[in-house]
Write a new protein. Structure first.
Length: 224
């Protein structure tokens, strides 16, 4: 958890700028949040409603508690409900990213889960990336749907809408967002040819076991 409010503001603004630089969000689309602890009160910082990232400053970011009360010069993102609910129900999550990225959003209009067509599906925490049923943006129903789709997962699609990715750090949430968008692009490409072969449960179990020692986040077994 980030207990330095200024540092959290800098993290959130930087993450939002990176999402735009990577083409994962454009204009005013999408939103992001980071967990904070201000004077012992748990809450989050979230991007403001309807503001282009290139116009956004540190002071535009909105503090909210887990009851949905906001404080700041701007209104919070219209999607604040699922940010608050995810943070409240998933204490290990310290960053939430929502994008309208091209491939994830396109795939979400098909209202289908992304199966284990590629072993990198494991980065999202399971053997699939679920697609939550459609609900009006900003609604409590959308938040409820997202929470269910994120059970034992680190990402999901929102039907006819976009993607949510979560992480215990800003860096991990951003990495998962980029990886899921890449997977969506690959899956859409495969679907233009036909239905791809899907890895079995046993094959994915082997992937998950292998991932425990994979990448920059893995611990060196020889270190103390």
């Amino acid at each position: 958890m980030t207990d330095n409010l200024q540092f959290a503001r800098e993290q959130l603004l930087s993450m939002s700028q990176q999402l735009c630089a990577l083409g994962l969000n454009r204009g005013t689309s999408g939103n992001a949040s980071v967990r904070v602890d201000e004077a012992g009160v748990q809450g989050l910082l979230i991007t403001p409603s309807g503001m282009p990232v290139d116009k956004m400053t540190l002071d535009d970011l909105v503090w909210m508690d887990f009851s949905g009360h906001a404080r700041g010069s701007r209104a919070p993102s219209s999607e604040w409900r699922f940010h608050v609910d995810i943070m409240r129900h998933r204490p290990e999550v310290n960053a939430v990213i929502h994008t309208h990225s091209m491939c994830a959003t396109t795939l979400s209009t098909l209202r289908r889960d992304i199966p284990a067509f590629h072993y990198m599906i494991a980065v999202a925490g399971g053997d699939s990336v679920r697609c939550a049923p459609y609900a009006l943006f900003g609604s409590q129903q959308l938040s409820d749907n997202a929470l269910l789709a994120l059970e034992q997962r680190k990402a999901c699609l929102l039907a006819n809408h976009g993607m949510i990715a979560i992480g215990d750090t800003v860096e991990k949430a951003l990495s998962i967002t980029l990886e899921v968008e890449t997977l969506c692009e690959q899956y859409l490409t495969a679907l233009q040819v036909g239905e791809p072969y899907i890895l079995t449960q046993q094959e994915m179990a082997e992937v998950h076991a292998q991932f425990k020692g994979y990448g920059a986040w893995a611990k060196n077994p020889q270190s103390s």
